[in-house]
Design a protein around this ligand. Structure first.
Ligand SMILES: [Zn+2]
Length: 476
């Protein structure tokens, strides 16, 4: 870290305490011990803010990149597939062991650890005004089959390391800082993505659905959770919900999972919005028939209806006028799938995303209208139109963006404002807290495969920006 950062951290301590002593003498008295040690640190570093901090204080601020890398490597060994791949699925033995590893690191960092009913893990560093809403940070550590060791992990281990950095710097948070490890961001086992953060944000539908959710081996969600030590009998999942205002801000550090930062040589991405998908399943049914004998005017070809809908999707997406609106037909199945048979059934699956919910929902509505019109025109039956999910996108909070930008600038790190086109726990945390995300480059944008990689220098930059952002938010 540069001397500017040292000064910055120190000033954060300084100003926060100045404010407190002016406005809340009783609280100050309650935290007299903290106050003393902070003042000591402050004098040590910045009794004379304009002077250069001495070399010892500087080195105490740098983060331990090697030990962070070792932790990432060690966590990757809790895997059900051979290295370099990582497979860590919700509530398996490897997942439980990895959770133990995280709780242990939180403990070593001096955080007080608690877990909720479904295994979201919270490690808290009490601020000197602990009654204020905390600042949250965190991500997930589950890994889809045969994936890599950085997705999510960087945002959990990096967050714990950010706390260590701040502690070593002598920083005292005003608002408590809380590291969160979210349960099951990946949908691998039960088909539900961002399970932990969705429930934190509150979802009655999901709570009910979980009572009837089974994995591919026919193990129920609650049995799986019980085997991992969670969801005891009569546990009410609504206890997982955190109300708006629990956090004054939430920041997630994550690998970009895309190629932009690496290609442009920019070390930090500051996320301004997270796009969210709507997925739709559509089915058409016609008469089918012999590909030679049935004449064109008499046909009702379900395959052509599907093809026409795919083109309609493209048109509707382009009509939005925004580069951020995208739409994909990723599945188009025809029945009976024979070269000399007119398709009697067609199944289409559509994914459309945007960072603007209204715009995305207009596309969904237009797709529905088109499906109805195409079915009528082609005399096929629209036998299914199911919106599988339609999560709202999220915008990052202005105050959090400003804190991330200021932190990057003070660290002399170039940054780029960008949209996250993959979705993350932050999408759901945005429903209960002002939210922001920090991206770091990853090799060729690879993710969800063993080649996933982030360079130690980029990890270190991300953790430093996170640490400084948390510091700023904790005193704001
Ligand atoms: Zn992730």
């Amino acid at each position: 870290m540069s001397s500017q950062i040292v000064a910055s951290l120190v000033l954060l301590c300084y100003f926060s305490h100045t404010q407190i002593s002016a406005s809340a003498p009783s609280i100050l008295a309650d935290h007299h011990e903290d106050e003393d040690s902070t003042i000591k640190t402050m004098h040590q570093f910045s009794g004379y803010p304009s002077s250069e901090p001495n070399h010892d204080s500087l080195s105490s601020l740098t983060l331990d990149t090697q030990s962070l890398q070792n932790q990432i490597d060690e966590l990757a060994t809790f895997s059900d597939s051979p290295p370099p791949s990582v497979t860590r699925v919700l509530y398996t033995d490897k997942d439980v062991a990895a959770r133990r590893y995280i709780k242990n690191l939180m403990g070593l960092a001096g955080l007080s650890v608690r877990e909720d009913t479904i295994g979201n893990i919270f490690g808290r560093w009490d601020g000197y005004e602990p009654e204020l809403a905390a600042v949250g940070t965190g991500s997930h550590i589950d890994a889809i089959p045969y994936s890599g060791k950085y997705d999510g992990v960087v945002g959990v281990l990096g967050a714990i390391e950010a706390i260590n950095v701040l502690k070593k710097a002598g920083f005292k948070p005003k608002r408590s800082l809380e590291v969160i490890m979210f349960t099951s961001e990946e949908p691998t086992r039960f088909g539900i993505s961002c399970l932990g953060s969705r429930l934190i944000a509150g979802s009655d539908t999901l709570e009910k659905a979980l009572k009837n959710t089974y994995d591919s081996q026919n193990v129920s969600f609650s049995d799986a959770a019980k085997s991992a030590g969670y969801v005891r009998d009569n546990d009410d999942l609504s206890g997982v919900l955190l109300k708006y205002g629990t956090y004054s801000g939430f920041v997630e550090l994550h690998i970009e999972q895309g190629p932009i930062l690496e290609a442009e040589g920019i070390p930090i991405g500051i996320v301004t919005a997270i796009a969210a998908p709507a997925s739709i399943k559509v089915d058409f049914e016609g008469e089918g028939g012999h590909a030679g004998a049935a004449l064109m005017p008499n046909r009702n070809d379900a395959g052509l209806a599907a093809a026409e809908l795919a083109l309609a999707l493209e048109r509707h997406v382009l009509e939005s006028g925004s580069i951020d609106t995208v739409g994909t037909v990723g599945i188009l199945d025809l029945h009976p799938r024979a070269v000399n048979s007119i398709p009697s059934k067609a199944h289409v699956e559509i994914d459309t995303r945007d960072i603007n919910e209204t715009r995305r929902n207009i596309v969904v509505e237009k797709i529905h209208q088109s499906a109805v019109e195409i079915a009528k025109k082609r005399k096929v039956r629209l036998s299914g139109f199911e919106i599988v999910n339609q999560d709202p996108p999220a915008l990052a909070d202005k105050k959090v963006i400003e804190a991330m930008e200021a932190s990057s600038r003070e660290l002399n790190l170039d940054y780029k404002l960008m949209v996250s086109r993959a979705y993350h726990d932050s999408l759901f945390m945005a429903r209960v807290s002002p939210m922001g995300m920090i991206f770091i480059p990853c090799y060729k944008g690879y993710s969800h495969k063993p080649e996933e990689y982030a360079a130690p220098k980029d990890l270190a930059n991300g953790v430093k920006v996170l640490a400084l952002t948390l510091a700023k938010l904790s005193v704001s």
